[in-house]
Design a protein around this ligand. Structure first.
Ligand code: SF4
Length: 144
């Protein structure tokens, strides 16, 4: 038996015994364990904690704007305010989108988008705070 197999076996024994894994155990798992081995260990812990239950949420993303003052090199999402691609959702659009996701049974709304300059946050110069509007449209969902 190879050295890594022996070490992975020792990790399995720790998980089965309910012992906490070390940082070094994590490195070994990252470098040498296959997905099935990891899934098996994860399922052992999940079943120990939750029995035969699995929990899911219904997550929807809302992107209130793609206009952003930053220019992260990896980002294909952002746009300038005056570009044809740029958009900033109105309060009514936010409310409608939130109500739509609520009607579809969303349990979590993830709000993420570009970062606006404070004084260009909307046509009226209002503060752009989409969170409370979205929460009003989907009161049962958790926002993040
Ligand atoms: S939208 Fe986000 S990722 Fe894209 S440029 Fe702005 S801060 Fe960076």
């Amino acid at each position: 038996m190879k050295d890594n197999d022996i070490r992975l076996g020792a990790i399995r024994e720790k998980v089965e015994a309910g012992h906490r894994l070390s940082f070094e155990d994590g490195l070994l798992l990252e470098e040498h364990a296959d997905l099935f081995f990891l899934g098996e260990l994860a399922n052992l812990v999940r079943e120990r904690k939750n029995g035969n239950f699995a929990y899911y949420n219904v997550n929807t993303h809302i992107n209130p704007t793609n206009v952003c003052v930053y220019r992260c090199t990896f980002c294909a999402f952002r746009a300038d305010l005056n570009s044809p691609k740029g958009y900033v959702m109105t309060d009514e659009q936010l409310l409608g989108r939130a109500a739509e996701t609520d009607a579809r049974g969303a349990t979590e709304l993830h709000i993420v988008g570009g970062l606006l300059e404070r004084d260009r946050a909307g046509a009226s110069g209002r503060m752009f705070r989409p969170g409370p509007i979205i929460q009003a449209g989907a009161p049962r969902a958790r926002t993040s």
